[in-house]
Design a protein around this ligand. Structure first.
Ligand code: PLP
Length: 637
């Protein structure tokens, strides 16, 4: 047992992986090195060991990868959002109230929407639909008539009719006018169906937020009415005697707004429009600020894209304060504030768990003491560079070796040197990189090129999941998610690794990891043990990842397991959803599994006729093929 192993402890693991920074208080470590999950922030007495849950899943025959949901966390997030607004309202003596609406697009899974309406009932937490399909889902899921049902998105007649019927049967349904052309149709349909709508107007703000979704707000946003169009809408409603229907101002600045200043600026601007509509005689009483409440994925508490520079309570206080400041000046009654937070409600409650299948270790081959006589001069130069490497000439040596390596590759491509020569040159190259990485640790400042070496020298841990299916934002917009082992956290992780998935696509990897100063190029992981599986988790994946995921390499939906934490670390499995089978996936891309089976049987039979296989072998082959169709799309043990 080595020295570092004994000195290591779980506090060091906790710091290394930044658990307290990104975990929102829902995660901690047990003394024996397990990652624990808690039902609400800091509720350590009821913490549940995640590796134990994995054992329980394996015992029940659930294969990895698994998306694990902890429904208590969803409940806790809904409470936190609503209570934060309520306490800001109380503290500041705000005259209006708060009500939330969950945007279905953030995670449309039935189970998620059902739990939100259930846990949100005491706050009349509502739903937001951005399409007909989402509205149809919402109308079936929402039974609370006081909870808002907000209809955003481009609307055709069917969408409008559905919304009007929802109002008619008593839903608190708000139709948001997103495009000027929608209004005449809404007016016409409400007369035809004899249903008086509650209307909102989506406004275009000149405020534009940074981040990936910047185009959702600002003058260039696709949706929303500019001031001239707003005035025209008011005139039209007035002419139709329907100005009292106009009750809400709505905007959506974009998702994951990292900077609180942008949130404040947008609130101020929207309050001016709100005040204007009030003075125009509209029956205005709701101010809907859309989504944007960010999640601190990297735990840096900064305005980095994967972070946010404010707390939940600052968010609420700043909004309430800004609304009061703007509207008190004009003596306008305080509105009911609505937000459509999605990401912040659902991100925390899902984690993706997967096993490591294999590792490619970086280990430079030992070099000979001297080079063969007939060795090409370029290779000799490389060897000399390595022998004279020191801290003082580190950059020079790096440049030289890179140059000679490329020269050797050219020579090889022109047939001037042998396969063995090239292999030797590559070995010298990697040995040099390894030495440079060691020396670089002793230096205070290293250039970005030298920093990249660490990544090039990292081990590759091959893991049983698909980035494209389960973490699409990691691939598409380079969003960072916390990744870490879920056990052995009382041991020092001595390997530096990047993660590859099983899609065999060069983009199917994770090589940027959270760090308090931006990101780092490798993840510290433990050495694999022969006798024991090694499990990792990716966290805060409840928002957007599930439905954005695609079927790259025909890897399908993972198994989903939901647990409910009870007292004293007890828990129960409350939901199990089997992932896609191979047959499911093939039918998504228009294969008919039955027909495939018939075809393949013919092919196998032809092989029997030609004497390639026996009829008995045909039977075995067919059994394997059929079992494959019924099986999970991921690696099975
Ligand atoms: C996507 C979306 C949201 C959700 O935003 P989050 O940042 O996830 O809270 C809210 N409202 C509208 C109109 C949206 O399009």
């Amino acid at each position: 047992m080595n020295y570092t192993f004994e000195r290591w402890n779980t506090n060091k693991s906790s710091d290394l992986y930044g658990i307290d920074d990104w975990g929102g208080g829902y995660f901690s470590l047990s003394d024996n090195g397990d990652l624990m999950v808690m039902p609400s922030p800091g509720e350590i007495r009821n913490a549940v060991s995640i590796p134990e849950v994995v054992e329980g899943m394996k015992a029940r025959g659930m294969d990895m990868p698994v998306l694990l949901r902890v429904e208590n966390i969803l409940n806790s997030r809904i409470i936190e959002l609503n209570e934060s607004f309520l306490s800001a309202i109380n503290e500041l003596n705000y005259g209006g109230s708060f009500i939330g609406a969950y945007p279905i697009k953030v995670n449309q899974q039935e189970q998620v929407v059902e739990k939100i309406t259930q846990f949100g009932a005491r706050y009349h937490h509502g739903l937001e639909a951005g399409s007909k399909a989402e509205l149809i889902a919402a109308m079936g899921m929402q039974t609370d008539k006081k909870a808002p049902l907000i209809c955003n998105g481009y609307k055709d007649q069917e969408f409008i009719d559905l919304g009007l019927y929802a109002s008619k049967i008593g839903h608190f349904c708000i139709l948001v006018v997103e495009m000027p052309s929608e209004l005449p149709l809404i007016i016409e349909r409400s007369k035809a169906l004899n249903a008086k709508p509650v209307l909102g107007i989506r406004i275009k703000l000149s405020t534009q937020a940074g981040g990936h979704w910047a185009d959702s707000g600002g003058d260039r946003s696709i949706f929303g009415l500019n001031t001239t169009q707003i005035v025209q809408a008011v005139d039209l409603l007035d002419r139709e005697n329907m100005l009292d229907c106009l009750q809400m101002v709505h905007y959506h600045l974009g998702s994951q707004i990292s900077n609180i200043r942008e949130i404040r600026t947008a609130v101020n601007e929207s309050c001016r429009v709100y005040a204007g509509l009030f003075k125009e005689g509209a029956n205005i009483k709701y101010l809907d600020l859309g989504g944007g409440l960010a999640v601190d994925y990297d735990g840096s508490q900064s305005n980095f894209l994967s972070s946010k520079n404010y707390t939940q309570s600052e968010y609420c206080t700043d909004i309430i304060e800004s609304v009061m400041t703007s509207l008190d000046e004009e003596k306008i009654p305080h509105p009911t504030i609505i937000t459509e937070s999605g990401r912040s409600l659902v991100a925390y409650y899902s984690m993706l768990l997967f096993n490591v299948l294999d590792v490619t270790r970086f280990q430079p081959e030992p070099l000979p003491d001297t080079l063969p006589e007939e060795c090409h001069p370029q290779i000799q130069y490389m060897f000399n560079a390595l022998e004279t490497l020191s801290i003082r000439n580190i950059q020079e040596c790096f440049n030289d070796v890179l140059f000679y390596r490329d020269e050797v590759r050219k020579l090889f491509n022109h047939g001037k040197i042998t396969l063995r020569d090239r292999s030797l040159a590559e070995q010298i190259f990697w040995a040099t990189m390894n030495e440079i990485a060691k020396k670089a640790k002793e230096m205070k400042h290293i250039g970005p090129e030298l920093e990249d070496i660490e990544r090039a020298l990292a081990d590759i841990y091959y893991c049983n999941f698909s980035v494209f299916q389960s973490l699409p934002d990691s691939w598409a917009i380079e969003q960072l998610f916390p990744v870490m082992p879920i056990h052995r956290l009382n041991e020092e992780p001595l390997r530096k690794a990047i993660i590859a998935d099983i899609t065999c696509d060069c983009d199917g990897k994770m090589d940027r990891f959270i760090d308090s100063h931006g990101f780092k190029r490798y993840l510290p992981l433990h050495e694999l043990k022969d006798s024991e599986e090694y499990f990792l988790g990716t966290f805060l994946v409840g928002a957007y990842q599930e439905t954005l995921g695609d079927l790259h390499n025909l890897l399908g939906d993972t198994n989903v397991v939901t647990i409910k934490i009870l007292e004293n670390g007890e828990y129960e499995f409350v939901g199990e959803q089997e992932g896609d089978t191979v047959a499911n996936i093939l039918s998504y891309v228009a294969y008919d599994p039955k027909r495939l089976l018939v075809r393949f049987r013919k092919i196998a039979e032809a092989a029997v006729r030609r004497g390639k296989i026996s009829p008995q072998e045909r039977r075995e082959i067919m059994q394997v093929y059929e079992a494959g169709l019924r099986g999970y799309t991921y690696f099975e043990r």
